[in-house]
Design a protein around this ligand. Structure first.
Ligand code: ASP
Length: 338
C-alpha cells in the first residue's frame, strides 16, 4: 500500500522557537524524527513537503491549486493521499479540493493537530497515523474505503466540504453540522459506508481555474447602506456569499433590496447562507426573506460558508461567461461534492 503524504504546514509540522516562544514550521528531518512510526509499518509513506511549509492563515487559492495538482499528478502511483494542513483554514482547502478533483476514486484525507508534533500531549501522531490508515483502507472488493476528500480529526472522519473549524482550544476542533460523520476511530475504525461516496467510474478530472472576485457579506442589526454598497460595488465582483439570519432572513428595508437587486442585475451571483451552523435556508418561509427572492438571490440551502465560497470561486473560474451555468451548479446539493 502506497500513500503520498503532502505536507503544507500548520501546527502539526511546527516546533517552538526557544528564544521567542512562537511556533514555526520544523524542517523535514526534525519532523520525521518525531514520527518514526510513519516508516515502520507495511504502508509505504512518501513525503511531499511544500517549500516553505506555512501557517494555514497564509494559504491562498494558488496553494489549493498546488495541493490538487500534487494529487492529480501522482494519482496513478498511490493508493491514497494525506494532506497535513493547519487547522485554521483546513475546511476551506479541503472544500476547495473536493470541488477541484472530480471523479475521485481514491482517498484524500486532510488532517492536522492542535498541539505541535513534538509536544508530549500532542494530538499530532494520533491524527496523522490514523489518517494514513484511513487513506490506505480498502473495501472487500478492493476499492478504496473512502474515495472522497475528507477531514480526519480527533477520532472522527468527516466529509471535507461539510466541515467547519469550531474550536481553537479543544482537540475536537472540527464539526460537520449538516452531514453525519463518515467514520469513527476507536479501538477499531468503524466506517459508515452508506454515507461515504462511491468511486466514480470515470477518469479523474482536475479543475484549476479559480476566480477570486468574490466577497462575504455578513448581515448584522444596524448594518448601513454604505457598507453594503461598498461591498456590492467592488470592482470586478462576480459572486457574493450573503450571510443571513435564521432560515435565510434579512432586514426588509427597501435600500437592501435595491442594492441586492442592482448587484444581481449587474451579473453578480448572490447566494444566501444562514449564519446558523445547523439547518437550512428556506427563502419565502418568512416575509422578511421575500425581498431576497425578489432581488434574485439564490438559496445556499445547508451549505457551509467554506464550501460555498470555494465552490463559487471554482464555478466562476470555470465558466466565466456562463452565469446561468454557474447559478444552476450552485444549486446542486453540496454533499454531492459538485
Ligand atoms: N495557525 C495554525 C494553522 O492553521 C493552527 C493549526 O494548525 O492548528 O496553521
Amino acid at each position: 500500500m502506497k500513500i503520498l503524504l503532502i505536507l503544507t504546514g500548520g501546527t502539526i509540522t511546527m516546533v517552538r522557537n526557544a528564544t521567542t516562544g512562537a511556533l514555526h514550521p520544523a524542517d523535514l528531518e526534525t519532523f520525521k524524527a518525531f514520527v518514526p512510526e510513519l516508516f515502520a509499518s507495511d504502508i509505504q509513506v512518501t513525503m511531499l513537503p511544500f517549500s516553505p511549509l506555512v501557517d494555514s492563515s497564509d494559504v491562498q487559492p494558488s496553494d489549493w491549486q498546488r495541493m490538487a495538482r500534487a494529487v492529480y499528478d501522482n494519482y496513478a502511483d498511490y493508493d491514497g493521499f494525506v494532506v497535513l494542513h493547519g487547522t485554521d483554514t483546513m475546511s476551506y482547502s479541503a472544500s476547495a479540493l473536493s470541488f477541484m478533483l472530480e471523479n475521485l476514486g481514491k482517498p484524500v484525507v486532510f488532517t492536522g493537530s492542535q498541539l505541535p508534533v513534538g509536544v508530549l500531549r500532542s494530538d499530532a501522531k494520533e491524527n496523522l497515523l490514523t489518517a494514513i490508515e484511513i487513506a490506505a483502507a480498502k473495501r472487500e472488493n478492493g476499492e478504496a474505503m473512502v474515495p472522497e476528500v475528507s477531514v480526519f480529526f480527533e477520532g472522527t472522519l468527516f466529509r471535507a466540504n461539510r466541515t467547519t473549524k469550531k474550536n481553537a482550544e479543544h482537540f475536537e476542533a472540527f464539526d460537520s453540522y449538516n452531514y453525519p460523520s463518515l467514520a469513527k476511530a476507536g479501538v477499531h475504525i468503524t466506517y459508515r459506508t452508506n454515507l461515504i461516496a462511491t468511486p466514480k467510474n470515470a477518469p479523474l478530472r482536475l479543475h484549476e481555474q479559480l476566480c477570486q472576485n468574490v466577497a462575504l457579506l455578513k448581515l448584522f442589526p444596524g448594518i448601513t447602506e454604505p457598507v453594503v454598497e461598498a461591498i456590492l460595488t467592488t470592482p470586478n465582483l462576480r459572486g457574493v456569499v450573503l450571510e443571513t439570519y435564521g432560515a435565510g432572513n434579512a432586514p426588509s428595508s427597501d435600500w437592501l433590496y435595491q442594492q441586492l437587486h442592482r448587484a444581481v442585475e449587474r451579473g453578480v451571483v448572490v447566494v444566501n447562507k444562514t449564519q446558523c451552523s445547523t439547518g437550512s435556508v428556506e427563502m419565502g418561509k418568512y416575509e422578511v426573506s421575500l425581498n431576497l427572492l425578489k432581488a434574485g438571490v439564490l438559496s445556499g440551502f445547508d451549505i457551509t460558508t467554506e464550501a460555498l465560497l470555494t465552490k463559487m470561486m471554482l464555478l466562476l473560474g470555470e465558466f466565466p461567461n456562463d452565469i446561468d451555468k454557474v447559478k444552476q451548479l450552485l444549486q446542486k446539493h453540496p454533499s454531492l461534492g459538485k
